[in-house]
Design a protein around this ligand. Sequence first.
Ligand SMILES: Nc1nc2c(c(=O)[nH]1)N[C@H]1C(S)=C(S)[C@@H](COP(=O)(O)O)O[C@H]1N2
Ligand SMILES: [Mo]
Length: 171
Amino acid sequence: MTPLPMPSRTIRRRLLLVALALIVATPLQTFAQTVIVDGHVSAPLVIDAARLATFPRRTMTVDDHGTTHRYDGVLVADLLAQAGVPLGEQLRGRALATYVLVSGRDGYRVVFSIGEMDPALSTKTIILADTIDGQPLAADHGPFRLIVGDDTRPARSVRMVSAIRIVRIDE
Ligand SMILES: Nc1nc2c(c(=O)[nH]1)N[C@H]1C(S)=C(S)[C@@H](COP(=O)(O)O)O[C@H]1N2
Ligand SMILES: [Mo]
């Protein structure tokens, strides 16, 4: 029986690089700095800092136990519109039986109705923020956090947002 030929040095190096890339990439997924917008949408989105920067900016002021903070980001409705979710005059009939499930990297999950997310229908303002008082969010809060205007407690202010899923309940 002839022994298998030893792979060349170049091949061994390449194999080593592939193995290293796999080892590094797996835990990195856990800290992925993106927000996936998917579900009942015509065009799923992957939002990273560069993509977020292409949307109009919105500022919200939040009171945290007597201290005022300024958050800046973009309207979630603008992200939904880009993903092809019907809003405004298009948001009627069966489309109103749609909810928006917002998840954090730690598995925290919160539901909104599509109606309260649409500024054409509701007076609520909901943004995906990327800065607090002009600075990037801390690692355990960001890079993206939901800021929900007119909620009386910050319980739906999902930190470390990783996904926004659109769900039509009658399908
Ligand atoms: N990802 C994630 N977001 C979250 C939570 C959580 O456990 N995980 N807790 C919520 C609750 S109940 C509150 S009161 C606020 C606390 O926000 P703070 O850390 O800025 O005080 O975050 C909200 N967002
Ligand atoms: Mo809370």
